[in-house]
Design a protein around this ligand. Structure first.
Ligand code: ZN
Length: 519
């Protein structure tokens, strides 16, 4: 017996010191989160209210603060702390929750640590300079103006993939930065299934919808009334203005600082009221996620959102399944007719609903409908992957782009601005980001399907303007878990099955076969 006591005693000391280290880790992470929040607030201000000439100095402030966060996160002290805790976690000395925190921090840390400082600076400078080059090339609709810069970015991204390391494709290393633990092998079957369904489906709709007619909704929509309407919609779906704001930005986005302070932005188009309405609902979906994260775990991985795909699933669910859905508009259409009697007073509900959900192959991703949208992503993914793997020359991008648009959507791209130059992402070096948009659509359809099974009369509730059960379902099934589970496990737990494309295919088939009965 007397020999056991010292062992227990030593074990107790180890446990105490481990607890001290866990506390140190948590305190450092929380401090870093506050610093990152300050940076994010400066960024939010830059995108919303800042005078136009203040951009340059604000960029400098943001880069100094970001560097400070990076330095603290990759410092030798932090490295020894997280390395020791990783060892303790691997040896089974930590609780399940502590291990979870250590696992996620280790993932972020080791990824960041793999990039040499000079490389990070080079990439950051190149992509920051590239923005203007891309904008100018897009303005002039001339890909060749962007070509030398894009080549440099792509060679840097290939190097970045090498630094991270990968088994099969360098694209996996980049994809992992946006959708962790996801490889091209995981998503290939999903995207192939989607493509095989969508191409003939879009063609059938095109054949059935020849008579698709002028834009019924074109009009003059007073912007102050649009503002009121967007606020009203947010109120209806349960967005708390005590914990959030709605502002304006050229490119709508959501910024969460804490579950009690989440800000969304929208953009108003005088001629199209649905741009602001649907983008507001989209961003509200992102905001519900950030508002639903665990306050108790603020600053720690368990209080952070999981991946871009899961984040996008929340916005897509609200934008498409709710905001483009019949039950929601059964509730909201009278209000829309009151605010904008011209043109809506003269449009029947069924015509309105059919027009809102028109399917028209178009050149611009952000203006596309929910059926053709994924084809834009598939085009981008196929090109990105070949570029990063080196099987496609950068010079050939416009030609290949235009061929794919013709082949998949049946339309002729008139120029580069309406083709491969349309999106900002490549100038920012964001290769691997696009697939998360379509993953978001697939997750959204699967989650909405499960919510409809779990909540008795969900659509009837929505048509009465009641969203409480849906919000609560999403909060408890998705939001509160933060990064506790990987995407696969989260979706399995929430919906009872692995991610698959069938739910999205079923949703689209059912909705649009009704809207286009001869398709
Ligand atoms: Zn989004």
């Amino acid at each position: 017996m007397c020999q056991v006591l010292p062992i227990l005693f030593i074990a107790k000391i180890n446990q105490d010191s481990m607890q001290t280290k866990i506390s140190q880790l948590k305190n450092t992470l929380i401090e870093l989160t506050h610093l990152s929040s300050a940076t994010a607030l400066l960024h939010w201000d830059l995108e919303t209210y800042m005078p136009s000439e203040g951009g340059a100095v604000r960029g400098k402030t943001i880069s100094i603060l970001s560097a400070l966060v990076h330095e603290k996160f990759t410092s030798p002290e932090f490295e020894s702390l997280i390395t020791e805790l990783k060892g303790a976690s691997d040896a089974g000395l930590l609780s399940e929750e502590e291990s979870c925190v250590v696992r996620e921090v280790w993932r972020d840390f080791s990824r960041e640590k793999k990039l040499p400082k000079e490389f990070v600076e080079d990439l950051s400078q190149t992509t920051s300079d590239a923005h203007h080059v891309w904008a100018d090339a897009k303005n002039k609709s001339d890909f060749t103006l962007f070509l030398p810069t894009l080549k440099k970015i792509i060679s840097l991204k290939r190097r970045q993939a090498d630094y991270y390391g990968y088994d099969r494709s360098p694209y996996d290393a980049l994809l992992d930065g946006f959708e962790q633990d996801t490889t091209i092998q995981d998503i290939d079957p999903l995207f192939t299934e989607l493509k095989n369904f969508l191409i003939p489906f879009i063609k059938q709709i095109g054949d059935a919808g020849e008579k698709t007619r002028d834009d019924l909704f074109n009009g003059d929509f007073d912007i102050s009334k649009q503002r009121e309407l967007c606020k009203d919609v947010l109120d209806q779906i349960g967005f708390s203005f005590a914990k959030g704001r709605l502002d304006e930005a050229a490119h709508p986005f959501t910024q969460g600082f804490h579950p009690s302070d989440v800000r969304i932005t929208t953009r108003y188009d005088q001629h199209n009221v649905f741009y602001s309405l649907l983008s507001t609902i989209h961003e509200a979906g992102h905001a519900f996620y950030d508002m639903g994260l665990s306050e108790e775990h603020f600053g720690l991985p368990l209080g952070e959102s999981l991946s871009l795909g899961i984040h996008e699933s929340q916005s897509r669910l609200w934008e498409n399944h709710i905001g483009r859905g019949r039950p929601f508009w059964m509730h909201m259409y009278p209000r829309l007719q009151t605010v904008f009697p011209k043109p809506f007073a003269d449009i029947s509900f069924n015509d309105f609903y059919a027009h809102l959900n028109r399917v028209t192959p178009s050149f611009i991703r952000t203006e596309s409908d929910e059926v053709t949208y994924n084809m834009h992503i598939i085009i981008r993914l196929e090109i990105e992957r070949e570029i990063i793997e080196g099987s496609l020359e950068v010079e050939s991008i416009p030609e290949v782009w235009n061929q794919k648009v013709k082949q998949y959507l049946g339309i002729d791209v008139p120029d580069d601005a309406h083709g491969c130059l349309q999106d900002v992402h490549w100038s920012g070096g964001m290769f691997g980001y696009f697939p998360t948009y379509s993953l978001g659509n697939l997750y959204a359809a699967q989650l909405y399907g499960a919510a409809s099974r779990d909540i008795l009369n969900l659509e009837e509730e929505i048509s009465r303007g009641s969203f409480t059960h849906l919000r609560e379902w999403l909060r408890t099934r998705v939001h509160v878990h933060g990064r506790r589970y990987a995407q696969d496990a989260l979706i399995q737990k929430a919906t009872g099955e692995k991610l698959n494309a069938q739910h999205f295919i079923d949703y689209i088939t059912k909705k649009y076969s009704h809207l286009y009965p001869h398709s």
